[in-house]
Design a protein around this ligand. Structure first.
Ligand SMILES: *Cc1c(COP(=O)(O)O)cnc(C)c1O
Length: 498
C-alpha cells in the first residue's frame, strides 16, 4: 500500500518513507492510496485479542512494509504494563444508557497523546532502517505543555534517537513544567525558551528550514525530525483504539456484531476524530462522528456552515489542548471528501494560507454533514457539565472530556439519536485539577500544585495517577532558560556533548 500527498495524488511513497518524511515536499499530508477493509469476521477475531495484539493487527493493514511480528514487538513495548495498566490500556466505561467513555488517559503522561507517542519512536527508527537511513534521529519539539512531555516519555532511552523539547518559560502549568524538567533518560534535553509558545514554535521552525545546519548535522550523523501530529505515524496508532472500543462493547454484550455506534471526540487539531473517520471507512460500523470544540469553535462553524474562517479571536480556555484555530488534519478529510481531487484541495489550502478562510459548496457540505455533527461548549458550560455529570452518574471528567459530553448531550436532545455512543476521554481529571475542583465540588482550588492534587484525591475518593503524584519526589534535571535565537546553538552544543 502506497501513501500519497493530499496536494499531489501522483506523489507516492511507502509507509516507512511517509513516517520518516512527516510532511510531503509539496506541503501536503500523507494518507493511504486506498483504505484496508475489515470484515465482521475480522472484528470478531479482534474482539478475542488484548490491546497490544489489536493495535498490531490494525496497524499491519496500514503499514505494509512492516511484518505483523515487527509491529507486535513495537506495540508490546509501547503499551507495556510499566506504561499502561495491563488489561485496561483503553478501557470503556458506561456513562449512561447509551453512552460510554473510552478512557485514553491511562498512559504515562495521563493524556491520549501517549497512544501515538509511545509507539512513534519505534515506528520512526524502524522506518529509518527500512529506508536505508543510517543516522541518529534528533526530534525537536516546541510545546505548550502536553505534547512535549508525551514525546519525551516516548523517546526517552530509545536507541538511535535524541529528543530536545522547548517550552515557553512561564507559559505552562507548574505540573506540566515539572513533568518535563524531571524527565529521565540519557538522550533527552529540555529548555525553557523566553517568550510565548509561538516564539518557541518559530524557533523550532527556523531550525528545521536551515539547510546549512541540516548539512552540518548530517555530517555529524544526525537527521532532524519532528513528532508533530500531522505525521502519519502519529495518526495510525489512534485508529486502533476505536476498533478496540467496539470490541469492548461487543464483549460486554452492549452491542450486537454489526450494530452501529456513534463516536464523539473533543477536538483541536482534528487528529483524534480523523482516526475515528478512518476506522469507519475501513469497515468499523460507525454512524455519526460528533466533533466537539471549546470556545475556539472554528470547526463547529465549518461543519455547520461550510465556511472555515480562522479570522477570529483566539481564546485561552479551561481545555487548553483544544485551543487551536488551524486544525491541520482537516486537510486529510477534505481531500477524501473531494474524491481525492488534489487540485481542488490545494485551492482550499491556498485560500486558507492567503486569506485565512475558504468555503465549500453545497454537495461537499452535504457530504461532510452526512458523516459529522458538531457542537461547542464554552468554559461555563464545560464546568456545569463536569458538575452535573458527577452528580448524575458519579463519573468525574476532565475539562476536555466534559466538552465532548456536553456536546453529545445536546446532540441527543436535538436529534433524539439513541445510537450507542463512544465518547473519547482525552485526559485525566487530575491533569486539569485547577479547573475540575471548583467545577465538580464548588470549592476553592488549592494554589500549590501538589496540594491541589491531594485536594482532588480527597474530594473524589480516587487516587491520583502515580506519574503525577510522584513528580514531587523527582529531581529537576533541566533548569536552563534561553532566548529563541539561541535555540539552534543550544541544540548543536547539546549534541556535541552527548
Ligand atoms: C491534543 C489534545 C486534544 C485534541 O486532539 P486533536 O487530535 O488535536 O484533535 C484533546 N484533548 C487533550 C487532552 C489533548 O491533549
Amino acid at each position: 500500500m502506497n501513501y500519497v500527498s493530499t496536494r499531489n495524488s501522483h506523489y507516492k511513497v511507502s509507509a516507512a518513507q511517509a513516517i520518516v518524511a512527516g510532511l510531503a515536499p509539496d506541503g501536503g499530508l500523507f494518507l493511504p492510496e486506498s483504505l484496508p477493509s475489515f470484515t465482521q469476521k475480522d472484528l470478531a477475531a479482534l474482539a478475542q485479542m488484548d490491546y497490544v495484539e489489536r493495535a498490531a493487527e490494525v496497524l499491519s493493514r496500514f503499514l505494509e512494509d512492516f511484518t505483523r511480528e515487527e509491529l507486535l514487538q513495537m506495540t508490546t513495548r509501547a503499551y507495556a504494563p510499566e506504561k499502561f495498566p495491563p488489561r485496561a490500556v483503553a478501557p470503556v466505561v458506561p456513562l449512561s444508557d447509551n453512552a460510554y467513555i473510552l478512557e485514553l488517559f491511562r498512559g504515562p503522561t495521563c493524556a491520549f497523546k501517549d497512544f501515538a507517542l509511545q509507539l512513534l519512536p519505534y515506528l520512526l527508527t524502524a522506518s529509518m532502517r527500512k529506508t536505508g537511513i543510517d543516522k541518529t534521529v534528533v526530534i525537536l519539539v516546541a510545546t505548550s505543555g502536553d505534547t512535549g512531555k508525551a514525546a519525551l516519555e516516548g523517546f526517552a532511552d530509545v536507541e538511535g534517537t535524541r529528543i530536545c523539547v522547548f517550552y515557553p518559560d512561564g507559559g505552562t502549568s507548574n505540573i506540566q513544567r515539572r513533568q518535563m524538567t524531571t524527565q529521565t533518560g540519557d538522550n533527552v534535553m529540555v529548555f525553557a525558551a523566553k517568550g510565548n509558545f509561538d516564539d518557541a514554535q518559530n524557533g523550532v521552525k527556523q531550525i528545521f528550514t536551515d539547510k546549512v545546519f541540516a548539512e552540518d548535522l548530517a555530517q555529524r550523523g544526525y537527521l532532524l525530525s519532528s513528532a508533530n501530529s500531522i505525521n502519519w505515524g502519529r495518526l495510525a496508532p489512534q485508529i486502533a483504539y476505536y476498533f478496540s472500543a467496539y470490541c469492548e462493547l461487543l464483549n460486554a454484550g452492549k452491542i450486537r456484531m454489526g450494530e452501529h455506534i456513534n463516536i464523539t471526540v473533543p477536538t483541536g487539531n482534528f487528529g483524534n476524530i480523523l482516526a475515528a473517520y478512518f476506522a469507519k471507512h475501513c469497515g468499523l460500523p460507525v454512524g455519526k462522528l460528533i466533533c466537539a470544540s471549546n470556545r475556539n469553535n472554528v470547526l463547529t462553524d465549518f461543519i455547520q456552515t461550510g465556511v472555515y474562517d480562522r479570522n477570529r479571536d483566539f481564546y485561552l480556555t479551561a481545555s487548553p489542548s483544544m485551543d487551536i484555530l488551524i486544525s491541520s488534519n482537516l486537510e486529510r478529510l477534505l481531500y477524501l471528501l473531494c474524491g481525492r481531487d488534489d487540485q481542488r484541495l490545494t485551492g482550499f489550502m491556498s485560500a486558507l494560507a492567503a486569506q485565512g478562510k475558504y468555503g465549500i459548496d453545497t454537495p461537499l457540505l452535504e457530504a461532510l454533514q452526512a458523516e459529522f455533527a458538531a457542537g461547542c461548549a464554552d468554559d461555563a458550560q464545560t464546568a456545569r457539565c463536569i458538575h452535573d455529570t458527577l452528580a448524575r452518574t458519579g463519573y468525574l471528567c476532565d475539562t476536555h472530556t466534559a466538552v465532548a459530553v456536553d456536546v453529545y448531550q445536546r446532540y441527543v436532545a436535538q436529534t433524539q439519536d439513541q445510537t450507542p455512543t463512544i465518547i473519547a476521554s482525552t485526559a485525566s481529571p487530575f491533569k486539569f485539577a485547577g479547573s475540575v475542583v471548583p467545577a465538580a465540588y464548588e470549592v476553592q482550588p488549592e494554589q500549590e500544585d501538589f496540594a491541589l492534587i491531594a485536594q482532588l484525591e480527597t474530594l473524589s475518593g480516587q487516587k491520583a495517577p502515580a506519574a503525577l503524584a510522584q513528580l514531587k519526589e523527582k529531581t529537576q534535571r533541566f533548569q536552563t532558560s534561553i532566548q529563541p535565537q539561541e535555540m539552534k546553538q543550544a541544540v548543536s552544543d547539546w549534541l556535541a556533548r552527548s
